[in-house]
Design a protein around this ligand. Structure first.
Ligand code: CTP
Ligand code: CA
Length: 227
């Protein structure tokens, strides 16, 4: 009901998120990607919506997800995601980057399917860097009078807090949600999550539960009653 009438603690707030993986095609039938399902990002989007926010999700290719109440912009590649985010981030109150953006893409995309022919070993694939959507968004809004709150995620397999703190500093974020993707019940495709939230001010919070519970707790912690 709160969502339908635009009431709730986040009424009038505009929240932009990225979610899901990206796909970087090397020919019409092959791509580089990762196992992200977009679950955590979509759970955050719905949690913010339920509290009254107007929510846009720039969403990479995922299976069926609950789209009701959200403005969803479907994208495929990191380049697409960057373009759709950079054209919107200047007018929002909050930007939360949950997407597992491919860090690399094939330098060229063959117009036709690459044939294996008679080769017994594959041709080398030359990769180039994709845009860092979050870092570019942060740079773009840096000088703005009313800069949005910027929240990143960090998928790590070791030295989780140290790597996440480094990303928070490097990308100019207000908070980062660090995720040990190798921990049981955390990471890609699971229904549960265990995260450590680090804020620019140095605060550190541990959250765990279903992705939905963690999403609600994160929205509460970061947007409703930030410390
Ligand atoms: N991110 C992004 N665009 C990229 C890469 C990352 O927007 N091209 C965002 C992610 O959505 C996440 C944060 O940056 O919010 C950190 O992503 P992560 O992959 O953990 O870190 P990277 O900076 O890519 O560093 P690395 O993969 O080397 O650990
Ligand atoms: Ca990365």
């Amino acid at each position: 009901v709160a969502a339908r009438f635009g009431a709730g603690p986040l009424a009038g707030k505009r929240v932009l998120l990225t979610a899901g993986p990206t796909r970087e095609f090397l020919d019409p039938v092959r791509f580089i990607s990762n196992p992200s399902t977009g679950k955590m990002g979509m759970a955050l989007a719905h949690a913010a919506r339920t509290l009254g926010a107007e929510v846009t999700v720039v969403l990479g290719p995922v299976g069926t997800v609950e789209r009701g109440g959200l403005d969803i912009v479907d994208v495929v590649s990191a380049d697409d995601m960057a373009r759709e985010v950079l054209s919107r981030v200047g007018t929002v109150d909050v930007f939360i980057a949950t997407a597992a953006v491919s860090d690399w893409r094939p330098e060229t995309r063959a117009p036709q399917k690459v044939k294996k022919g008679a080769s017994t070993s594959p041709e080398a694939l030359t990769l180039v860097r994709t845009p860092d959507v979050l870092a570019e968004a942060s740079r773009q809004v840096a000088g703005q009078p009313k800069r949005p709150v910027l929240v990143g995620f960090a998928a790590e397999t070791e030295r989780v807090v140290a790597h996440a703190r480094d990303k928070l500093e490097r990308k100019g974020l207000d908070a980062i949600v660090a995720n040990d993707v190798t921990a049981p019940g955390a990471g890609f495709g699971t229904d549960t999550n265990r995260v450590t939230v680090l804020t620019r001010s140095g605060a550190q919070h541990e959250l765990q539960g279903s992705k939905r519970e963690v999403a609600q707790a994160l929205i509460e912690l970061l947007l409703v009653s930030p410390s």
